[in-house]
Design a binder for this molecule. Sequence first.
Ligand SMILES: *Cc1c(COP(=O)(O)O)cnc(C)c1O
Length: 343
Amino acid sequence: MIDFRSDTFTLPTSGMLEAMMRAPVGDDVFGEDPSVNKLEERMAALFGMEAALYCPTGTMSNQIAIKAHTQPGDEVICDQNAHVFVYEGGGIAFNSGAQARTLPGDLGRINAQQVLEAINPDDVHRARTSLVCLENTSNRGGGSCYELEEIRKIREVCDAHGLILHLDGARLFNAIVAQKHQPSQYGELFHSISVCLNKGLGCPIGSVLLGTKSFITKARRIRKVLGGGMRQAGYMAAAGLYALDHHIDRLADDHRNAGIVAEAMLQNGLAESVLPVSTNIVIAKVSNRYTPAQFTEVLKQKGILCLPVSSTQIRLVFHLGITEEMVNITVDTMRNLSKAGSS
Ligand SMILES: *Cc1c(COP(=O)(O)O)cnc(C)c1O
């Protein structure tokens, strides 16, 4: 099977497994796991931030950040399709007792003017706006990337109104590679950042939360409360260290492959349109020959897995489990389906 359902389906490579086997470990709740400590130090240094916290999932990283940055009754500004709002089980309310103010962004990206207009006045009737969450790349936006300049403008709005700016950077390395940025350029602009290791970087689990020392101290306490204090987590952190060395530059291959398959779907009339392919995600509006569910089934018969994501769209995600040969097979399959449809 060629599995385009998500970059969460990636399996550790043999090199990664070996690195995990060799990892020196200790009890991380006591701060004694050298591999976890190394990963946290290395990520903080890479992003030019003071400190880091290794978490089991990106959802937990985001939820810890929201909890640390807000008080019950506060309002969190985010895009209407943001993972923190749509895919974290109502966690903003469940964990923090806060509510979301969702904005209609451009492919998942909100802008500084929208943020400015969404800030509540200091009025007893209104929730206190305290936090802005951006997502880069945007999952539901088809892997779209923010321009640094727009983030800078949003940060200025935040500074002028005493708001905290958090980045859900589950796929931040995809944006960094695609736009040839440096991680520190993001570290400068955000108060906190969560970065997933379990997506395109190919680790079985893990996410890293970044911020100031005092923020991470607070975050460490919240992680424990949520049940996320892990013991010999260094076996997993070692996978993260390996990924930083070996799986970042290759993200460019995923981006190129995504473009090739998107083009093949358009050229063969299987997609009516495709959201701009900026990174490793293809969201295609299927042509009226099929519903998304039917098209997904047709592809499955040919050994290709993807996900229907709306009543008109399917999603294909590219990652280190997708080889060049698999891309060629997928392109051939699209061509054959097109012929089959026209005969
Ligand atoms: C995957 C993802 C997360 C976190 O997911 P986990 O499975 O909890 O690690 C957060 N934000 C976005 C945008 C994601 O795509």
